[in-house]
Design a protein around this ligand. Structure first.
Ligand code: C2E
Ligand code: CA
Ligand code: CA
Length: 561
């Protein structure tokens, strides 16, 4: 890396002298290694040094000058918190002045006339090195586990490099996806062995002559390096190499890349960008890497905003529960059977937001439990209200996210809620999405058994949307199968698609479980479903989800009031 600094940087040196010949001589000597700038007197020098965007590594200062002399420059620099950091070498002919200037804080001196170019260059180089090392030396350099830099040292290092590097640079966050989980699974020691294996590859292939890397507090790796194009290939290679080396299964390496970094931004911003990008690619299987883009930036800002706004929205009653009717279609005329409660967010600035915008987000960070708790309570109160007002029971089904299922108190809480509003458990149905059934089947089975034991009816939502296996249908206890909307959407596309719907109906009939078809929009879909023996239908054909007040009209109609 030191080579990297030497080769790609040009530190700036300010030469201050009122005599042109001196400026030119010194400029010729130092110009071979540094970017040289000139000032003709002390006043001009101070102005240049105070420029907010230009950092100087060294000042070579003449002492006798008009307007403002060298001593005054030293004095003012030493009194200034920022300028104090820049080393000053005085250039003079007088012995006595040397002593005085050094005692005032100058770092070294060179004597005029400038005849020994090598000596002058060596002295300047040394003074710059000394001053840079002083700022960085107080941090521990290397992380003992991985051999990469420590985060603090790395931060200092990057700050220092930024000033000089003109090359096209990238920053990368490399992460072992689900590292915490792997630590639980294999133990801390294995986890750290894995991390240091990854770090080894980073040192070998990424942080070589033109990059540096560190380990972060949450066990990912940051790299600051010269731009390259083949990250996807590199990370894929790392993954197979590290899997083979450690013998651990299920390792997924993911990287977020912020390339062609904008040098006017603070380095912290670069790494935040790489991190937000890495978040996007974690937990997914298509790609090993993602690149930062403006759209991604806006999306992550938008998400942050929604998360930040949620608690206020709950307090201000900006969340609302809509109801969508489900009709029983088995008889001559469709009959209102129940409703599904669906959340809506009437955002004060962004307008009406649909659950697709925020539910996945809140599932990721656990906030969904609050939202669901709110919906359940609203829905339970609503069912009780209709019962009391119109004497009819309209069961409502609520959505139960897979995050809710991990709550050991879930069955108890739901019993308490229905008890509080005087509802029978079958009046409060639970829709659990199919993807919840894929991980931890045993835990889920136990929870569902408990819930059914208390009288709750379970609907398997989005059946056929992805993860389910036929085997699951026989091992997981549930009462109703909700066929995923896409079966209905595609049912007339070709013969195979229609057969799929038929197949789902057959399986349900074999298991003796009623089917709810959702997303029904057209008469002909309804007709065919009815023919196939589908019991209940939900969809725009009858009604979109509507506010409680509007749904009440349906309740009144169906009760013949
Ligand atoms: P879901 O549970 O599958 O809900 C059905 C979705 O289909 C609803 O979208 C509904 O408005 C929409 N839909 C109903 N009929 C039709 C139709 O005929 N055509 C079309 N194209 N769409 C129809 P919505 O309300 O936007 O909700 C989306 C998803 O968000 C829901 O899918 C559910 O997974 C989730 N969600 C909604 N509310 C809650 C909630 O309170 N808690 C949790 N955990 N998830 C919720
Ligand atoms: Ca649902
Ligand atoms: Ca569904």
């Amino acid at each position: 890396m030191e080579n990297f600094i030497r080769s790609s940087i040009k530190r700036k040196v300010l030469i201050v002298d009122d005599e042109m010949i001196n400026r030119e001589l010194l400029g010729a000597i130092l110009g071979s290694e540094y970017e040289v700038r000139f000032a003709e007197n002390g006043k001009q020098a101070l102005e240049m040094l105070r420029h907010p965007e230009i950092d100087y590594s060294l000042v070579v200062l003449d002492l006798r000058m008009p307007v403002l002399d060298g001593f005054e420059v030293i004095k003012q620099c030493k009194a200034d918190r920022e300028l104090r950091q820049i080393p000053i070498i005085v250039a003079t002919t007088e012995k006595s002045a040397e002593v005085k200037s050094i005692s005032m804080g100058a770092a070294d001196f060179i004597t005029k006339p400038y005849d020994m170019a090598d000596v002058i260059l060596a002295r300047c180089r040394r003074i710059i090195e000394l001053s840079e090392d002083k700022t960085i030396i107080k941090y521990t350099e290397k992380d003992s586990l991985t051999g990469l830099y420590t985060k603090q040292y790395f931060d200092q290092y990057v700050h220092r490099l930024v000033k000089y590097v003109d090359n096209d640079m990238d920053v990368v966050e490399l992460r072992v996806d689900g590292f915490g989980l792997l630590m639980d699974l294999y133990g801390r020691e294995e986890g750290f062995r894995l991390l240091s294996a990854v770090a080894g590859l980073v040192s070998r292939d990424l942080a070589v002559s033109r990059g540096i890397a560190c380990r972060t507090a949450d066990n990912s790796i940051y790299v600051y390096l010269e731009h390259r194009d083949n990250y996807e290939e590199i990370v894929r290679g790392f993954q197979s190499e590290v899997s083979e080396k450690t013998g651990l299964a299920g390792i997924h390496l993911r990287a977020g890349i912020y390339e062609h970094i904008d040098n006017t931004l603070h380095p912290d911003v670069w790494f935040e960008r790489a991190r937000a990008t890495c978040d996007r690619v974690c937990g997914r299987y298509e790609n090993f890497t993602a690149r930062y883009s403006r759209e991604l930036h806006e999306l992550s800002m938008y998400r942050h905003r929604l998360i930040g706004d949620m608690q206020d929205a709950i307090d201000n009653h900006d969340f609302m529960v809509y109801y969508q009717p489900k009709y029983n279609i088995q008889g001559d005329k469709p009959v209102l059977a129940s409703a599904e409660a669906l959340i809506r967010w009437k955002h004060r600035e962004l307008g009406m937001l649909s659950p697709g915008d925020f539910i996945p987000l809140f599932e990721q960070n656990g906030l969904i439990r609050k939202i669901d708790g709110f919906v359940w309570r609203e829905a339970a109160a609503q069912v009780a209200c209709w019962k009391k007002t119109y004497g009819v029971s309209v069961p409502v089904s609520v959505n139960v996210s897979r995050v809710d299922i991990f709550d050991p108190k879930l069955p108890e809480k739901l019993s308490e809620l229905t008890g509080e509003f005087g509802l029978e458990p079958h009046e409060f149905m639970l829709e659990i999405t199919e993807s919840a059934y894929s991980n931890d089947a045993d835990g889920l089975i136990a929870v569902l058994k408990d819930l059914r034991g208390r009288g709750f009816k379970i609907e398997m939502d989005d059946f056929g949307s992805g993860y389910s296996s036929l085997n699951m249908l026989t091992t997981i206890p549930f009462d109703v199968l909700k066929m995923d909307m896409k079966f209905i959407r595609n049912m007339f596309r070709d013969e195979k698609s229609l057969k799929m719907v038929e197949l789902v109906m057959d399986i349900a009939s074999f298991l003796n479980i009623p089917v709810v078809a959702e997303g029904v929009e057209e008469q002909r879909q309804l007709d065919v479903l009815k023919q196939m023996g589908c019991a209940v239908v939900q969809g725009y054909y009858f009604s979109p989800p509507v506010p409680a007040g509007r749904f009440e009209q349906e309740v009144i109609k169906s009760a013949n009031i």
